[in-house]
Design a protein around this ligand. Structure first.
Ligand code: GLC
Length: 811
């Protein structure tokens, strides 16, 4: 079934049937003030942090999935009938007919980058509600145009409704009710609602107002607006056509302002609701940011012209943010994803890590180390300065001994003064992601000087960025197990596998080997011969250990504290795991026949029509000496044999590195959200963003995806498709063009920013080759691409200039 379509020109996903299998969300705003809005206008907002800056309340795991939210009610004052500007929460019978039949609502939702528009028609009244957060501002717009499409005058009441969190700390708000319900104050004065706490000044304050109409009535008390035993589907105030004028002292606040619109035939009225941080009447500061009084903000921003201009600015901002990499390939789904939504998702994971979604309640407030390091990969070409800032922060989350703090909290992080984790607390992989991301940053920006930047460690001491990388390897070297593999510690990438301080992880071993290779290459190119030799020697010392981990047809997953293998043919469960095998190939540190063997085993044992399972068979029993917290999950769920999309993205890279284009592309397609656009009932979640996982073959929910939006899948799938299938990769001396194209493709075009230059790359594969570049021309000049042992062609910096068009012929 189909619920909508990609409108690539508008950079929007258009939901034509809002009764989607689950709530389909969008993200608004920036890291200053952000929000989530679903196709039913459910969702919430947050100032700086989803966990400690909660503005709009959200009840996680509610029924329905996405309430409360930002609701606008329309009421026909002639007969008292009412509906909502989004289909939910009132939920009139839906139709796609225009005009809708009697009692039916037509409702289309356009999710765009940074805004969502709800276009509804009911009983001859059309409403167009646009929700967004203007650039660099700490307030949100709910802008609604109401049109009378009939030829008789109509009297329409318009009501806003949102539950304002009682407290900024979401746990206090939702759980500590004996406190939070007694500190909240909300009042109405001169057209504006002010919400604050009785105990603390300049804390948790917000305002709400409207422009474009007079306030006919108001409620600031939630229960007064809704009425006892009612839900947002049928608020008492809306039913009565009048709010009660409640002022809140304790219990729960809300923001409801009522406007009466007398609409002549064909007339449109534009009402602008605004919700912002701070006070209506005073300047407000949280110690870092100072915000003007709400009335001033409303005077400045509360006009139709300003709304249009601010929306245009948001649209332009995101057009520019995705512009640095735009593709045109024979695969329309790929184009829609890479050019618009996939790119947007990489920015949202960069912004919000794993902290704010319909699933992530804010508890994981802070930057998970490994997640953050990987999230940076996909946005470096687009926002190099923001990435440098984040890299600086995350490198200061590394400890002097080379491991890393599992979580870095940007608002309170204090480099040089953080406690050193115990060995048991360290994750064995965290710091091992650094070489990949730092190298990518240096290759993308050309800023080799960055490697000499001195940055503090989390606990004590400081070192250059390059030394930080070396130290990551040293940490692993210092913590090898009895078999020479890297100790697994509290977890490796797989949070559910705990090999501990006496068990060993093959994934971390490959990440360490990969780190050595990356560091050696970086060192060789930046005149650090000794470091290069050191990294190569560590790598060489790992070779026999790695070979010893070959199980016969694939690599083992690890060795338990008691010497038992995980991921071995010998076992009944967890015989084969994806991670070590895909990283064997990606690390480029094993003989080619081993890499091919490992990926063939993945293909034979783990690949399904919906993606590659993380392990097989899933576990039901303990494995001696390994902490298998994945046992909490039924077989086929999440890490226990689910299709973990993040790790699926690696299969694209691995197969492309092996030059097996059809496999790389086949894996890409197998978990590509857009390919489920016409079968959304199977995948259920948004067809425009990646999810954390899809239920695996052992689950009765096989094919259903879960945890959309905040996942490392976004970053790695983006790297997979752009740098490995399309094959455009930054190197220190230029841009490598190394396509790995599936059967039937005769080429593609990429527009990509590289070192401040906007380049167009046209690849022609008339002879239907998967890999190999015969020639590159810029204009009439054939570029001298050095013959080397690497695949593809390195187009040197010296021939690149802004606006250059590179014509690439495969061969
Ligand atoms: C989640 C975590 C990530 C972890 C992965 C696999 O996505 O955010 O850190 O690597 O699960 O367990």
């Amino acid at each position: 079934m189909k619920y909508g379509y990609f409108d690539d020109d508008a950079r929007e996903y258009v939901i034509t049937s809002p009764d989607t299998p689950r709530s389909w969300s969008n993200y608004l705003g920036s890291r200053l003030y952000g929000g989530i809005i679903t196709q039913g206008a459910g969702g919430y907002s947050f100032y700086k942090s989803g966990g400690t800056g909660r503005v709009l309340r959200f009840r996680f795991n509610g029924v329905p999935q996405d309430e409360p939210g930002r609701f606008l009610y329309l009421r026909d004052d002639a007969d008292g009938d009412f509906w909502s500007a989004s289909w939910q929460p009132v939920g009139k019978p839906l139709t796609t007919a225009e005009p809708p039949g009697a009692g039916e609502q037509r409702s289309t939702v356009r999710h765009g980058l940074g805004y969502s528009v709800f276009d509804s028609s009911y009983k001859g009244i059309r409403s167009k509600a646009t929700f967004f957060i203007p650039k660099d501002q700490a307030f949100e717009y709910w802008s609604v145009k109401v049109t009378n499409t009939t030829d008789a005058p109509r009297a329409i009441s318009l009501f806003s409704y949102a539950e304002l969190a009682n407290e900024w700390n979401y746990r206090q708000d939702l759980e500590n009710l004996q406190y939070s319900q007694y500190v909240v104050l909300a009042s109405y004065e001169d057209g504006m609602i002010s919400r604050r706490n009785s105990t603390r000044t300049a804390f948790s304050e917000m305002w709400f107002g409207l422009a474009g109409a007079n306030v006919a009535s108001f409620d600031t008390d939630r229960d007064a607006f809704l009425g006892a035993y009612r839900t947002p589907s049928r608020p008492l105030a809306v039913e009565l056509g009048q709010c009660s004028g409640s002022q809140t002292v304790g219990d729960n606040a809300c923001a409801s302002l009522h406007a009466k619109l007398e609409l002549a035939p064909g007339e449109t009225r534009h009402v602008i609701y605004m919700l912002g941080i701070g006070s209506p009447d005073h300047e407000w500061s949280d110690g870092t940011d100072t915000l003007p009084p709400g009335r001033e903000v409303m005077a400045d921003f509360g006009t139709p012209e300003r709304v249009e201009a601010e929306l245009a600015a948001v649209r332009d901002e995101w057009r520019d943010a995705v512009a640095p990499l735009q593709v045109s390939t024979p695969d329309g789904d790929l184009n829609s994803m890479v050019n618009v939504w996939h790119a947007y998702q990489t920015h949202m994971t960069f912004n919000w890590s794993r902290g704010v979604s319909l699933i992530e309640a804010g508890d994981r407030d802070g930057l998970g180390y490994r997640d953050t390091v990987q999230d940076m990969l996909a946005v470096t070409h687009a926002i190099p300065d923001a990435v440098r800032e984040r890299l600086n922060l995350i490198l200061t989350g590394q400890t002097a001994e080379g491991g890393a703090m599992p979580l870095v909290k940007p608002l309170t992080h204090s480099p040089g003064h953080e406690a050193t984790p115990t060995l048991e607390e360290y994750r064995s992989d965290d710091a091992l992601w650094l070489p990949i991301t730092v190298a990518n940053f240096v290759y993308e920006t050309g800023d080799v000087g960055y490697l000499d930047t001195v940055l503090p460690y989390a606990d004590h001491g400081d070192a250059t960025v390059f030394e930080h990388l070396r130290q990551a390897i040293t940490f692993s070297l210092d913590h090898l197990g009895a078999n020479g593999l890297v100790q697994g510690l509290a977890a490796d990438w797989n949070e559910c596998l705990q090999f501990g301080t006496t068990g060993e992880s093959m994934l971390s071993t490959f990440l360490m080997a990969n780190g050595c290779r990356v560091i050696a290459e970086l060192a060789e190119q930046t005149g650090r011969e000794e470091d290069a030799a050191w990294a190569r020697s560590v790598l060489a010392s790992l070779a026999p250990v790695i070979e010893g981990a070959w199980d016969g047809a694939w690599y083992i997953r690890g060795i338990s504290a008691t010497g038992a293998k995980l991921g071995s043919e010998e076992l009944d469960e967890g015989k084969i795991y994806l991670e070590p095998n895909v990283w064997a190939a990606m690390s480029g540190t094993v003989p080619e026949e081993r890499a091919i063997g490992a990926m063939d085993a993945v293909g034979r044992n783990l690949a399904t029509e919906h993606g590659v399972a993380l392990c097989d068979p899933p576990h039901t029993k303990e494995v001696p000496g390994v902490g298998l917290s994945l046992l909490v999950y039924p077989p086929g769920h999440k890490e226990n044999g689910g299709i973990f999309c993040h790790a699926n993205a690696w299969t694209i890279v691995a197969e492309a590195m092996l030059g097996r284009a059809d496999r790389a592309y086949g894996y890409y397609r197998s978990f590509l959200p857009a390919r489920y656009n016409d079968s959304a009932e199977i995948h259920q979640v948004e067809p425009y963003v990646y999810s954390q996982f899809t239920h695996g073959p052992a689950s009765p929910r096989f094919g259903q995806a879960r945890n959309p939006w905040l996942t490392g899948t976004a970053s790695w799938a983006y790297i997979g498709v752009t740098q490995h299938i399309l094959g455009i990769r930054p190197e220190l001396d230029g841009l490598r063009i190394d396509p790995c194209l599936p059967e039937g493709w005769d080429g593609y075009e990429v527009r990509r920013r590289f070192r401040g230059m906007d380049l167009t790359i046209r690849v022609n594969s008339a002879s239907a080759l998967a890999t190999g570049v015969r020639s590159v021309k810029i204009g009439r000049v054939t570029v001298d691409v050095e013959a080397e042992d690497k695949r593809g062609a390195l187009v040197p910096l010296s021939v690149l200039k802004d606006g250059a068009v590179l014509n690439v012929v495969m061969g």
